[in-house]
Design a protein around this ligand. Structure first.
Ligand code: FES
Length: 57
């Protein structure tokens, strides 16, 4: 599922980045994947996916 349409970031991208230890925060997601840097509408959904991915660690 695409989470960030502007930057074409999927929930799979987010989960993979968390699993790789590259991402532990929303700020990391923005830096690593560019998520949320355009319209910002994806931020609530990204936060939810990030929380799930971190909880699954
Ligand atoms: Fe993520 Fe627009 S949908 S910045």
């Amino acid at each position: 599922m695409i989470v960030c349409v502007c930057k074409a970031v999927s929930d799979r991208h987010i989960r993979r980045s968390v699993a790789a230890g590259e991402v532990v925060s929303l700020r990391d997601l923005t830096r690593e994947l560019g998520l949320g840097t355009c319209c910002g509408k994806c931020v609530p959904a990204a936060r939810e996916v990030l929380g799930e991915a971190l909880a699954a660690q």
